[in-house]
Design a binder for this molecule. Sequence first.
Ligand code: SF4
Length: 351
Amino acid sequence: MLRDKTKTIHIGDRVIGGGNPVLIQSMTNTRTEDIDSTVAQIKRLEAAGCDIIRCAVPNMQAAEALREIKKQINIPLVADIHFDYELAIKSIEYGADKIRINPGNIGSKFRVKAVVDAAKERNIPIRVGVNSGSLERPLLEKYGNVCARALVESAIAQVRLIEDMDYDNLVISLKASDVQMCIESYELIARKTKYPLHVGITEAGTVFSGTIKSAVGIGVILNSGIGDTIRVSLTGDPCEEVKTAKEILRALDLRKGGIEVISCPTCGRTNIDLIGLANQVETMVQSYPYDIKVAVMGCAVNGPGEAREADLGVAGGKGEGLIFRKGEILRKVPEERLLEELKQELDNWEH
Ligand code: SF4
């Protein structure tokens, strides 16, 4: 696993790299200077399972707001800076646990050095974030177009620039909205660097298409042993990003804890509102920390048998259903009580 060999980096009280668990990041979409709304959104993200949060810092009010936001939240805070090196320095002063910059758009070497010096003083990591949309012109001319090799060359050059300033508390990201290019970029850079990699598909799209692109792209990268922290980018509620990220990690066995819901696709034997029930169960189980599987099956004939590996489950009948545990039927209950009875089983779960 390449992720076992990356450098260990501390972001607030969290650690990435060196084979530590892959952490989930998300980004607020409130105005950062609107402290109440930003904190409220971060709290929802924390509850959803977000490990590290990033806020955009487009102006000085946003940088100043970080100080108050940080006091009110429990997860590390990353400041996202473009173009203005003074915003990066202020964000560090106001308590950011990490900053994300693209040195290529910060400007002169002097400005990059001023940011690096500020980060060095507090020993906070810098994420060097290269995006396919902001590649330097000489690289575009050299490669003729945006491509994985150009992204990697850009990132390596920017990392070298910071290393030459005697700083190596770094994380790298290489984001492209093209899934294949993104995969290729991470596979290339993982063999060229010791720094932890922040993985994501940028501008992935709406909740539907972005979830699929992210699951495929991030999933392939993680499954090849690459990636220390992930961010799913969706045009939607950031809590959906966190939910998606958790499912990607769980599907790859990179994260334990929390209930996994399995449900059948329904068929001509289904006689209850299984789709509605499965969605309700998925929401209901989120507050339970148990590392178990719950099955929501459409019929009693095949349900308990097909879902034998589930720890707990329901199987629909005609206006009623069965509650079962490890394939063994516990009792029959009316359809409208299935959710409640399942909840009771979870409330009394011995773990
Ligand atoms: Fe059909 Fe029953 Fe299988 Fe669901 S569990 S797909 S309802 S046979």
